[in-house]
Design a protein around this ligand. Structure first.
Ligand code: NDP
Ligand code: CA
Length: 327
């Protein structure tokens, strides 16, 4: 008869909670730049008080810390020092990479450029490396950036690559092509530094799931990424199959929105923020749901209750067995 299993890592893993060493909770959020939100976005139906930094800053912190994420990926950060001071006192370390020609800099009274930031829980991880990149389009630098950290889970020695980005905004065929090119450059950047480690790639991609960049990211043959929030929505694969359309069974639905705002041209409600992950290395354990339309209110966001026009995404991942060793 087989001998009883020794007290090994497996036993520990079974007792491991969502914040334990075999799990990873990540929060992804475009926080809305203070300068852009106040002076550039032209949100209509949003009360001026909702865009005052004196109130927003604590709401932003509250939104982040209430989930106790292990890793925090943020875009449109133009108050990094403030976030670093508060999150630092709560046990996080952070790194920031600004956009080279941030639109914030052209606005009077700005607080510096906006950019991407990554924070991680100091007691859980050791930082092995930080890398940043100005994304290129046809080998020419664009105004969009990516930031990456290689972290080691101290208790297990497991290494993971965390990357975040904020791709070019606005709609149109040319911009969709541009985002796709930024996506290709982003994949090269991430793959080059991940060196086989499990990857989490989150951000504001400014692209709905039908845009080319979404498939470019998911179909990459080196990183084997999947999108975490597709697990929130019942997939429509069987429905499509009934119509005899041959689809790969990885085609799944994204949630209906990650941002919901009202501009002069009307209401904008769509999905452009994602958490991609190495599908061979992680399982998705749980996802933070978005507030409903009713909870958000008819004036949408930002509002006195929601400090950004984007919602935060939060996902609990579990490291799978084969993520222990680098592939
Ligand atoms: P992007 O097109 O990527 O957008 C910049 C920001 O605008 C994003 O944070 C985006 O938010 C937000 N945004 C998206 N849609 C709208 C909208 N309809 N109305 C208002 N804001 C919106 O810009 P780039 O980073 O490529 O920068 C623009 C360039 O413009 C810079 O290179 C800069 O040189 C130039 N510029 C020059 C100015 C000047 O006075 N000379 C002034 C401003 C910019 P989200 O991602 O959440 O959609
Ligand atoms: Ca924005």
């Amino acid at each position: 008869a087989p001998a009883p299993a020794p007290d090994d890592a497996r036993d520990q893993e079974n007792e491991d909670g969502p914040s334990g060493p075999f799990h990873l909770r990540i929060l992804q959020w475009n926080v809305l730049s203070q300068t852009l939100g106040k002076s550039n976005d032209n949100f209509v139906c949003c009360p001026d008080e909702a865009l005052e930094w004196s109130a927003r800053r604590y709401q932003i912190i509250q939104e982040i810390v209430q989930y106790s994420p292990d890793v925090i990926c943020l875009q449109e950060v133009d108050h990094f020092n403030f976030l670093q001071a508060i999150l630092g006192s709560l046990g996080y370390s952070g790194t920031f990479f600004p956009k080279p020609d941030s639109p914030c800099l052209y606005i009077q009274g700005n607080n510096g450029p906006d950019g991407c930031a990554i924070f991680f829980n100091d007691s859980k991880f050791e930082l092995l490396k930080t890398e940043s990149r100005i994304l290129e389009v046809w080998r020419v630098q664009s105004n969009q950036v990516a930031l990456l950290c290689i972290l080691k889970v101290q208790e297990t020695g497991q290494e993971v690559c965390i990357a975040t980005t904020h791709l070019k905004a606005r709609s149109g065929a040319l911009l969709s092509t541009l985002r796709n090119e930024q996506g290709k450059d982003l994949l090269e950047f991430v793959n080059g530094h991940a060196e086989g480690r499990p990857v989490i790639l989150s951000g504001d991609f400014n692209a709905e799931p039908i845009e080319p960049v979404y498939m470019t990211l998911l179909s990459n043959q080196k990183l084997h990424l999947a999108s975490a929030y597709t697990a929130l929505v019942k997939d429509n694969t069987s429905e499509i199959n009934q119509e005899n359309i041959n689809v790969h069974n990885s085609i799944k639905c994204e949630p209906p929105y990650t941002t919901w705002k009202i501009r002069e041209e009307g209401e904008i409600c769509h999905t452009i923020d994602y958490i991609f992950y190495s599908r061979k290395a992680f399982s998705v354990e749980s996802l933070l749901e978005f507030p409903t339309g009713e909870e958000i209110g008819k004036n949408r966001v930002p509002s006195m209750c929601y400090p950004s026009d984007h919602f935060s995404l939060c996902c609990d991942f579990k490291f799978m067995d084969n993520s222990r060793t680098r592939s």
